[in-house]
Write a protein that binds this ligand. Structure first.
Ligand code: ADP
Ligand code: AMP
Length: 207
């Protein structure tokens, strides 16, 4: 299955992808995680990504698509994937269709997690991550285990998240009609406990 988890920054895409990937038997592909990995490696490409990410701007399509092409050629993605934070522009959506078509695949569903801006700011500024496992927590809604050292993403400030939300409204939300026209969009209320949201996604997918 090829599933897109769609929604504003902080909607819970990564959290939910982690919770449903085993059942769907496909890997989670997060372009944000891939860019942060490149940044940690300190490669020239990683530094370039960092400039955009720090400003809350989208990374140019050509760079994102290069990453995605390589990722989709890996054996674990041969039967499907959960796309988390991708596609974020119309050009990315069209390119993804082509990449999948070349493998005799297509997007099966697009789950949109609806979360209002006030919750987004609260979620993103309280987000923390275990730098070793990558596991995501929230200081109040999903607190890390006592004693675990967690880090905060540099772009998880209120100022940058507002900018990222603007980018979502301006460039990413307009991607939805591309999938609505194919009848693939399923809207899910993203406000509720982690378990409640997982259950809503399962039921939207008919699991
Ligand atoms: P995204 O991948 O869409 O940017 P994340 O999955 O990283 O979002 O979630 C953003 C923050 O919100 C994290 O700190 C996460 O723990 C928290 N979070 C995720 N789902 C919920 C939820 N249903 N209720 C409250 N907080 C949540
Ligand atoms: P995320 O981890 O999904 O919150 O993404 C963090 C940042 O990485 C975004 O604010 C963008 O700067 C960049 N990014 C991640 N995925 C994409 C994408 N598909 N297209 C463009 N920029 C992206």
């Amino acid at each position: 299955m090829d599933l897109i988890l769609f929604g504003p920054p902080g909607a819970g895409k990564g959290t939910q992808a982690t919770r449903i990937k085993e059942a769907l038997e496909v890997p989670q592909i997060s372009t944000g995680d891939m860019m942060r990995a490149a940044r940690r490696e300190g490669t020239p490409l990683g530094k370039k990504f960092d400039e955009y990410m720090q400003a809350g701007k989208l990374v140019p399509d050509s760079m994102v698509l290069e990453l995605m092409k390589e990722r989709l050629s890996k054996p674990d993605a041969a039967k499907g994937a959960i796309f988390d934070g991708f596609p974020r522009t119309k050009a990315q959506a069209e390119a993804l269709d082509e990449l999948l078509a070349a493998m005799d695949r297509k997007i099966d569903a697009v789950v949109v997690l609806d979360v209002p801006l006030e919750d987004i700011v609260d979620r993103v500024t309280g987000r923390r991550q275990d730098p070793t496992s990558g596991q995501v927590y929230h200081v109040r809604y999903n607190p890390p285990p006592a004693g675990l050292e967690v880090i905060q993403r540099k772009d998880d400030t209120e100022e940058v998240v507002r900018k990222r939300f603007e980018e979502y409204e301006a460039n990413t939300k307009p991607v939805l009609p591309h999938y609505e026209a194919k009848g693939l969009v399923k809207r899910v209320d993203g406000v509720g406990s982690l378990d409640e949201v997982t259950e809503r996604i399962r039921s939207a997918l008919g699991e």
